[in-house]
Ligand binder design. Structure first.
Ligand SMILES: Cc1cc2nc3c(=O)[nH]c(=O)nc-3n(C[C@H](O)[C@H](O)[C@H](O)COP(=O)(O)OP(=O)(O)OC[C@H]3O[C@@H](n4cnc5c(N)ncnc54)[C@H](O)[C@@H]3O)c2cc1C
Length: 530
């Protein structure tokens, strides 16, 4: 068990709301102070939206959950003001290796290109991430932001109304009620909000069991993701090894379907498995042991009137590909600027339907990748196993078969092709920066482009004149376009103008555009016109 989870980080404290004669009304209430709820609270709080964040616990989640946080998550964390802290604490990595038996069959590099501020991934225990998020939230509170994190507050009932919800909350001092104009449900895979509204999931449940052992050891192994199919130390199954901070390593061993979970978790059964993997000469101690199974599934819609679902409450995937928390943070990133505009009266409520459209699309993409990886790693039928084993056999001898090996395609942000917020592409430019994609990063001056985008809309002009528009951040680059800027934004084009959304996704791009054209694109990206 880890040290950091022992003390309450946000202990229960009585709120004035508990003594109010009538349930007080709040613009936004978030249920769940996991990574997603915390990120949403920080995002809204730092943009001046008052938030109440309720959690039935009083400290970060303990034990072995997420460790791999993607480049996109780090870029979102930069915008939220804690990217440096996460990267300083985490273990950076870009390289993965895949083994079949005891033979390495290929290596992949998730960020072969230079000129990005953040690495492809860091490994960092989820409790460290949550701790850093709570610290950031406290710093915002100290600076005057109205972000009220209430530990020991368990949501027990939701009453839906056309323009608000009424929430019943249990505390150590007894129950009380509040109202929310908007409720964001970030209460995790077992979401009470989902159950209370009678909403379900569609998708698949997988029967295979995986043993997680976080072990402390000194090992001369590079900081890479290592994945084995059918390793000699776990025959017929798979294994995964990742380095974490604090001298801890994550070992993930597939155990199969019909197992005695309680027996498998006993140290006398776990230790020999780890020794078989590491060799008899490596001294280690067990930090944490658990067994998990998983689902690949989602709610049919993420917006239900005044209640909006995000993170594991809305969708779940297998851990292969590290798409759970990473995609949940992208939900928050997508939602918060839209909600801020709606609350300020600067966008119609229907803008929030685009959250549903875009994040359902992302969830489907994640579920597809995750399901494919899971089916490859744990074939469900004799025929799939025969196919999988034939691919692995071929891959040990022939390069062409290696691209068919799937040990988990790692989390990438979804490109929102077809989003109603996109203006049709008017530039023959690089596909990776087309409308719907996350704006690529690139070196800029003595810093990086993404850090210059701010919280609103940005007009990025590359060798092109740009119209002046009130309330729009301008980034003009006329001379000395670097090779990175040319490759990532121009391709064969001589000049370009990009409109970037507050969540750093590209809304529109043109070779040139006048003020009316840009205004129209902003209008579309804020749900005013389609
Ligand atoms: C073994 C394993 C490995 C993983 N590895 C990765 C990885 O490497 N990368 C990755 O991105 N993801 C990974 N994940 C997934 C990741 O852990 C989850 O996706 C992530 O925790 C989801 O965050 P969340 O904020 O949506 O929900 P949670 O973290 O589950 O938080 C929900 C919060 O809601 C609170 N809550 C629940 N009910 C109530 C209520 N009634 N009232 C008030 N509060 C309530 C809970 O106390 C909790 O704090 C992994 C998961 C597992 C199991």
């Amino acid at each position: 068990m880890t040290r950091i989870t022992q003390t309450p980080l946000y202990p229960y404290a009585r709120s004035p709301d508990q003594d109010a004669a009538q349930p007080p009304r709040h613009p936004v209430v978030i249920i769940g102070a996991g990574p997603v709820g915390l990120a949403a609270a920080i995002d809204l709080g730092q943009q001046g939206v008052p938030v109440v964040l309720l959690d039935d616990n009083d400290r970060p989640s303990h034990g072995s959950r997420a460790i791999c946080f993607s480049k996109r998550t780090l870029e979102i964390a930069d915008r939220l003001g804690l990217g440096d802290r996460l990267v300083d604490m985490g273990v950076r990595w870009n390289i993965g290796k895949v083994f079949v038996g005891d033979r390495q069959i290929y290596t992949f590099d998730l960020l072969p290109e230079a000129g990005h501020r953040r690495p492809a991934f860091i490994n960092l225990q989820q409790y460290h991430l949550e701790h850093a998020l709570v610290d950031r939230l406290r710093a915002l509170q100290d600076a005057g932001a109205q972000v009220d994190l209430r530990g020991g507050n368990r949501l027990t009932r939701i009453e839906g109304h056309p323009d608000h919800t009424t929430l019943s909350i249990d505390t150590p001092d007894g129950p009380y009620r509040i109202e929310a104009d908007w409720l964001i449900a970030c209460d995790g895979a077992g979401s009470a909000c989902r159950d209370m509204l009678g909403l379900g999931f569609t998708g698949q449940t997988f029967e295979d069991n995986f043993l997680i052992a976080d072990v402390t050891m000194r090992a001369d192994i590079p900081t890479e993701r290592w994945f084995w199919f059918d390793p000699p130390f776990n025959p017929g199954q798979s294994a995964l090894l990742h380095k974490q901070p604090d001298g801890i390593w994550r070992i993930d061993l597939q155990l199969g379907r019909d197992i005695d979970r309680e027996a498998e978790m006993r140290p006398e059964n776990v230790m020999p498995r780890i020794t078989a993997m590491l060799g008899p000469d490596v001294a280690f101690s067990l930090e944490w042991v658990s067994i998990y199974r998983f689902q690949c599934r989602r709610m049919s819609r993420f917006r239900h009137g005044r209640v909006i679902f995000a993170g594991d409450a809305a969708h779940q995937v297998s851990p292969f590909g590290a798409r759970g928390a990473n995609s949940g943070l992208q939900d928050a990133d997508n939602l918060c600027w839209k909600l801020r505009l709606v609350l300020a009266g600067d966008a119609p409520e229907t803008l929030l339907d685009s959250y549903d459209t875009e994040r359902v699309q992302a969830a489907d993409e994640n579920i597809l990748h995750s399901t494919r990886a899971t089916e490859f790693i744990t074939p469900k039928s004799a025929i799939s196993r025969t196919f999988r084993d034939a691919v692995l056999d071929l891959a040990t001898r022939h390069a062409f078969a290696r691209q068919m090996v799937n040990s988990g395609r790692l989390s990438q942000p979804c490109i929102h092709d077809g989003s109603p917020l996109n203006t049709p592409d008017a530039l023959t430019g690089p596909a990776r920066s087309r409308p719907g994609a996350v704006c690529p990063d690139a070196p800029l001056g003595d810093g990086y482009l993404l850090d210059r985008l701010g919280h609103g809309f940005t007009l990025l002009a590359l060798g092109s004149d740009a119209p002046r528009l009130e309330g729009v951040n301008m980034l003009e680059m006329s001379d000395a376009l670097t090779p990175e800027l040319r490759a990532r934004f121009l391709g064969d084009a001589a000049h370009a103008l990009y409109l970037i959304r507050p969540d750093q996704h590209v809304a529109a791009r043109w070779p040139r555009a006048d003020a009316a054209t840009v205004r129209q694109a902003i209008s579309r990206a804020t749900g005013h016109t389609s």
